[in-house]
Design a protein around this ligand. Structure first.
Ligand code: BG6
Length: 460
């Protein structure tokens, strides 16, 4: 049997904008998602926008009973900045009441809340001033973080600053997927730098707030790079891919320094951001207590034929490599490669001081899941069970090899809304029926997860 430690955190993750719904109500101001949906609804799958997501705003209490029923001992969600501080300065009493009741209810039911501050949801008022491109965003975020720690620090011990900071950088400023859909490497680097400084200042605020038993971390998407071949060029592409996508945030968060090599590469390519005196010290002094890693897929890379100077896009450093015969989740187009989780575990042990870390997201999104419903309406999602079990097998191997991993969170608990993909791909242990007041129905994977948690492991 593959058994995990007694204190292992078992749970699931989600975010405020993807689950709460009521996104323009109860005192909340719009985020860029709300505004973008208004401007360009055709960009969103089947016109499904952020306004009405899985209605957790009203249903959190019954959802928590469902979590308890599965035996989950932890759950991650986020605070919507625009619900807590609609204008960035003054708290919204309805937002405070909602989050306070939500987090207390989790605690009361033995479910440790892990609360994240930013999950791609930039306030519109700040975007109008330049979003993460303006240094003002760093102070605005630090104030928001401080407010959240002061208001909820008595209830919440585990905090994270950002979810996947790379995503709002690359989707918003490199590839044109998310608002403001800018394509500009230099601006992307500046956005990344301000995000890093916002994270750093939030950690500083956290230390000042002296949250009892509090721990703070950051959640990063990890797609470890694998080179097409052992040629010098391909290995260099792999190194640069890891530098830009992994080390850029992991090194400062854990070691307190921006990798020198990254600075050197960006200098050569005239990509260095504007910085402020004292930033270096702030980064050095405000490292994290733990790391969350969202793992879905590896990154296969090969060397580009020519390296342009200055680089216009990360593709000037590394290109995707299409591995023949790879396993793939066809709905998402993502490779399935559980073995990477073992490599990640070893990397955390050997290169990151064996800092406590957890798998903060892992899961399988499948379209038209109703195809798999049995005669009682239960989704027979054996593919999801297999996916999770294979990943847990590799994780367990990593833990046995000494990696300091303290938990596993599946994405997600109840099916949730997903950015431009709306409700196309479903990830939850519970199906959400959009035609029927967001009714939740347990899937087979939920029953399997319950058993796994009860046994604190599985046979294989
Ligand atoms: C993670 C994000 O990257 O992947 C989630 O933190 C997201 O917000 C999840 O929903 C699954 O990706 P997608 O695009 O299929 O929803």
């Amino acid at each position: 049997m593959r058994e995990f430690s007694q204190a292992f955190l078992w749970g699931a993750a989600a975010s405020a904008p993807q689950t709460e719904g009521h996104s323009l109500e109860n005192g909340k101001s719009p985020s860029t998602w709300d505004k973008w949906y208004k401007i360009a609804p055709e960009k969103f799958n089947e016109g499904q926008g952020p306004e009405n997501t899985s209605n957790v705003y009203e249903m959190y209490s019954e959802d928590i009973q469902r979590m308890k029923e599965l035996g989950m001992n932890s759950y991650r969600t986020s605070i919507a900045w625009t619900r807590l501080l609609p204008d960035g300065k003054h708290v919204n009493p309805e937002g405070v009441a909602f989050y306070s009741a939500y987090f207390k209810e989790l605690k009361k039911n033995g479910i440790e809340p892990i609360i994240n501050l930013f999950h791609f949801d930039m306030p519109w008022w700040l975007m109008e001033k330049g979003g993460w491109e303006t240094r003002e965003s760093v102070d605005a975020f630090a104030f928001y973080a401080k407010t959240a720690f002061e208001l909820f620090g008595d209830t919440v011990s585990y905090w994270t600053t950002f979810n996947e900071p790379l995503v709002h950088i690359e989707c918003g400023y490199l590839y044109g997927y998310h608002y403001p859909a800018v394509v500009d490497f230099k601006r992307a680097v500046q956005v990344g730098y301000h995000t890093l400084m916002a994270h750093t200042r939030a950690v500083e605020e956290f230390r000042n707030a002296k949250v009892k038993n509090g721990r703070i971390g950051i959640i990063l998407n990890i797609s470890p790079a694998y080179a097409r071949s052992d040629s010098k060029e391909d290995l260099q592409a792999k190194e640069l891919a890891d530098l830009i996508n992994t080390k850029s945030f992991l090194e400062p968060a854990v070691h307190g320094v921006i990798p020198e090599k990254l600075t050197a590469v960006f200098r050569t390519h005239h990509l260095l951001p504007k910085i402020k005196v004292g930033d270096k010290e702030l980064i050095r002094e405000n490292t994290v207590d733990f790391i969350g890693l969202n793992y879905y897929q590896p990154r296969r890379v090969q060397a580009p034929e020519h390296v342009r100077v200055p680089a216009q896009t990360p593709a000037d450093f590394y290109l995707p490599y299409d591995l023949p015969n790879k396993r793939i989740n066809p709905y998402r187009g993502w490779e399935i490669y559980p073995e990477a989780l073992y490599d990640v575990a070893v990397m955390m042990k050997e290169e990151y001081k064996n800092i406590p870390w957890y798998v903060s997201e892992n899961g399988m999104g499948v379209a038209e899941e109703e195809r798999f419903a049995d005669e009682n309406g239960m989704i027979q999602d054996d593919y999801r069970i297999l996916f999770i079990q294979e990943h847990l097998t590799e994780l367990h191997k990593g833990i046995t090899a000494g990696s300091n991993c303290f938990g596993y969170h599946a994405w997600t608990f109840v099916d949730c809304w997903s950015w431009l993909n709306g409700y196309r791909n479903r990830y939850g242990f519970y199906r959400v029926d959009l035609e029927n007041h967001y009714k939740r129905t347990l899937k087979k994977s939920g029953i399997w997860y319950k058993e796994l948690i009860k046994r604190n492991g599985f046979d294989n």
